[in-house]
Design a protein around this ligand. Sequence first.
Ligand SMILES: CCC[C@H](O)CC(=O)SCCNC(=O)CCNC(=O)[C@H](O)C(C)(C)COP(=O)([O-])OP(=O)([O-])OC[C@H]1O[C@@H](n2cnc3c(N)ncnc32)[C@H](O)[C@@H]1OP(=O)([O-])[O-]
Length: 719
Amino acid sequence: MAQFSRVSGSVGLITLQNPPVNALSAAVRQGIVDTVNKALQEPEVKSVVICGQNKVFCGGADIKSFRGVMTGPPLIPMIHAIEASTKPVVAAIEGIALGGGLELALACHYRISHTKARLGLPEVTLGLLPAAAGSQRLPRLIGITAALDLITTGRHVTAAEALQLGIVDHVTDQNTVDVALKFASSVAGKPLDARRISLYPCPPSDDTDALFEEAMQRVRRSARGAIAPVACVQAVRAAATLPYAQGLEREKELMATLFTSGQARALQYSFFAQRAVGRWSMPSGAQWDTVEPLPVQKTAVIGLGTMGRGIVVALTQAGFSVVAVETHEKQLTQAKQAIEEMLIRGAKRRGVTPEHDTITYSHSMEPVANVDLVIEAVFEDMVLKEKVFQQLSAVCKPGTLLCTNTSGLDIDHLASKTPNPELVVGMHFFAPAHVMKLLEVVYGRQSSPRAVATAMQLGKKMGKVSVAVGNCLGFVGNRMLKPYMNQAFFLLEEGASPELVDQALEEFGFIMGPFRMSDLSGIDVGWRIRKEEGLAVPDQRTGQIPRMQKGCRYSPVGDLICEQGRFGQKTGQGWYRYDKPGGRVARPDPWMQTFLNQYRATHGLVPRRIDPKEVLERCLYALINEGFQTLEEGIAAAPEDIDVIYVFGYSWPQHRGGPMFYADMVGLEKIMDRLEHYHQAHPDVPSLQPCNLLRKLVAIGSPPIHKWSQVMKTLRSQL
Ligand SMILES: CCC[C@H](O)CC(=O)SCCNC(=O)CCNC(=O)[C@H](O)C(C)(C)COP(=O)([O-])OP(=O)([O-])OC[C@H]1O[C@@H](n2cnc3c(N)ncnc32)[C@H](O)[C@@H]1OP(=O)([O-])[O-]
């Protein structure tokens, strides 16, 4: 809806009303059409201001409505009518002007913004382009290079940057609507042609072809197969090379292709999934809207290795005071320096002053006594963590929340070592912890809902996408990674090379395939865990690590290359070779080919040609199957939880939604058939056997992803 009122006799004020972000729903568009007509028809009205209710200008088109049939007046004619208005129209921008919201503002003759407002054309992040003439107007207003940057990245700009770029005419820290009303009065009756952006020529550039060629290459490099950024470049190119009306036609054509693409569906699903994970629930029925988080101001981080340092930075940047504890003096000094540097770099990037004063460094636990929440981030070793938890239990004030940063250790076990297991939760950060957006909040059997609510809120304040998950080996993310990695190892045994496997998965859209990723994170990490689990241990009789363990196929290739001291990038050799230890550029290593040939010969394995399709199916479907298993067990509460974890923690391409969304797109029946096919060929790999939930979903006709929760409820109630 939109409300019309007349202010000071001669200014028509149109207020968009659709909380929370005044999205341009059919009713809002109708409201704008009606109120603009009214303003034009009323002779007393000499100029117009458009603003949004509750100090929010407009969040753009109503994304929810994209799923259904479009009703109401279309956006483009509405926007053109505003620009064509004979009375000046001023946009009073508070809060946000995003997507269609900014396009609406660009149709106005003047734009006045509050200092705290953010503006942008983020359509690309939803698999779309600014198709209400934004791709044609913005380059005309601010030039091709700046428009390309904004439209292809979708980044939001501050009011100050918007002013500098020329997107807004004036910035104020006063009441924006009042300033706009006054301004609108002052421009009543002035000629408007020079204010109509669609009439502007696109500012020329020295070499348009080269500029677009370079932009296209840059976009293709970072898009990982996403089509919207490419279409955005094409649309801006149309603005630069065609008359406005033809450019608009091109924008429409490109949008039509994007709008119906699976990628747009996936990205819009991902947008809502990110918000859905905030509405967490626990098997007990406790959930986000019924539980009050504990108040947290003072925090502590124990252990200042790579993870601990990142966590200190993230907490400090979020405004918490932090006691940073490291028992080794030398490590403490190094950590202090590294943290200060990270804070300075971060502050520079964000254009603020670094916050060092809120950190207290200590080599003893004493200053932890009065904090509200502790995050233990010592080495991934249960005995060590137990010791730290016992110390914390002795030193912390009653009611302190104890969190452990672990990528998979048993939260219940650790909680059992404290007198208050209800105050223990897992917090699985991803490295680097101050950069990566994902946080798995892991509740144990006894974790209280308040403890979970507090950890989830803390994550939110740290700018993380936090997902609450149940406790099991590897939680959700790493647990699903295991069958994926196993398939990658098995494929090597059967004839693939690390390059072949990586390439197939990188072409799918992962930033790195499993072997390049393993070289980066250190192959020895998994090796140590497997040794602790008793897997990477030679049989006393044969001297070889068995290829069958606990009745399942096991591949020791990763263990064997670690035995050669090849730990990945840090040693300069791993699945690939690097020019030096710490080198970044992975090159195929002939040594690996020889090693794999010998390995296969030793075990009587006849190599065969493996095609990328098999790589994708085996790695991804095994991972998806494990995802269904976590849903079945209630470790993940909903498919959105898994998808958000994979997109934000494991570089699953966002334009493919996430593993569970992808399964829905591929078709559950196909996934099940292919898993059965591979399981028949590899009966010693149980993770290829379709799990119950997947079978059940297929049996009832493969309902779409938003209906799975209902099936899961029924399935759980039958158990
Ligand atoms: C021809 C068309 C061309 C046009 O160019 C296309 C577009 O404009 S494409 C659009 C281009 N625009 C964009 O891409 C902007 C997308 N939006 C955002 O980036 C953030 O929501 C925003 C920054 C606005 C607020 O962040 P925040 O303060 O952290 O708050 P929050 O994020 O939690 O959101 C609160 C609630 O509002 C909901 N909702 C929000 N926006 C929309 C929407 N447009 N629609 C519907 N709903 C929307 C959101 O789902 C959530 O609902 P719930 O049920 O409570 O979970």
